[in-house]
Design a protein around this ligand. Structure first.
Ligand code: ZN
Length: 305
């Protein structure tokens, strides 16, 4: 099958048609003081492996993929949203794909229901970045805001990038549909939005860290209670295989591949050194686990493997 990069990025590659979101309701939870950090599934993406791995040293890549049982042709990365239940607050990190991106994703509302929640129970939605699988779930089939009672929060730089009318012309053809889709959705939710910057405590116990490269304004969030903490990593560390074994390699998923690699190496080092748990959006087994050093590289140790 031939994959057209632009179509794949638009979610219209035809490869995922017929799939329905497959969600397991196994609950991955990390207690954090009186709060709970919970991983919620939005289903998964279906992407050709070439999207991530083009241009990499193929022999070494093959060894890494074989070691992690990753198929060489097509990847189906899971999508894990983070839910933070705190006293008086129910905070969702990212909004999932919604109904319009890929048939295999967009299962968030079912996962919320399994958690005993409706969209109106969500008090805050905090975005890591504005890619389709993180933002597009903010609107329903009728283009109405899904989380109508929530305060929505996004990094200032991410907002400015995707609402800049020039972005659609400068981002490159492969991602032009991302720009159009983000601008339309951000405009629709503008009245609910507030902005923040890296280094800011955006909610009690939630610190924003600028982690750019995957997108210009990508953010990660450190949720801390005393000595225990978890980092909501978004797509800064995008998979459990190459991103951990060769974090220095360019990832085709990153918009700025050099900056993405620098950010990934810095973040992995910080998580391992400071023993901070990670909840990665596209990591396996619910995405919650620990980063361990393995020689001069890293490995992901999932909590619920
Ligand atoms: Zn993503």
């Amino acid at each position: 099958m031939q994959f057209d990069r632009r179509q794949v990025l638009a979610g219209l590659g035809g490869i995922a048609l017929g799939n329905v979101p497959s969600v397991s309701f196994a609950r991955t939870v990390m207690p954090l003081g009186a709060a709970e950090v919970i991983s919620l599934s939005d289903g998964n993406l279906v992407l050709p492996a070439s999207f991530f791995f083009e241009g990499l040293p193929q022999d070494e890549l093959d060894l890494i993929l074989a070691k992690h049982n990753v198929p060489r042709d097509q990847l189906e990365p899971p999508c894990n949203l983070t839910l933070l239940r705190q006293e008086g607050r129910i905070v969702l990190f990212d909004a999932g794909s919604g109904p319009a991106f890929m048939p295999s994703a967009g299962a968030l509302l079912d996962s919320l229901e399994a958690e005993g929640l409706t969209p109106d129970d969500i008090t805050h939605v905090v975005f890591t970045h504005a890619h389709p699988d993180h933002l597009w779930g903010i609107l329903d089939d009728f283009d109405e805001p899904v989380f109508s009672q929530a305060k929505l929060m996004i990094g200032q730089a991410e907002w400015e990038y995707w609402t800049d009318p020039n972005t659609v012309d400068t981002i490159g053809e492969a991602r032009a549909s991302f720009a159009v889709g983000a601008a339309r959705r951000l405009a629709a939710i503008e009245e609910q939005i507030t902005f923040f910057n890296g280094g800011q405590e955006i909610l009690p116990g939630v610190m924003a860290h600028a982690t750019p490269g995957h997108t210009p304004g990508h953010m990660s969030f450190e949720i801390r209670d005393g000595s225990s903490a978890v980092m909501v990593g978004g797509d800064a560390i995008g998979n459990e295989h190459v991103a951990f074994e060769r974090p220095d390699w360019a990832s085709g998923a990153d918009q700025d591949t050099d900056l993405g690699a620098k950010t990934r190496m810095r973040l992995l080092d910080q998580l391992a050194a400071d023993d901070i748990a990670l909840l990665g959006f596209h990591l396996p087994h619910g995405g919650l686990g620990r980063v361990e050093r393995a020689g001069d590289t890293y490995r992901f140790v999932a909590k619920d493997a």
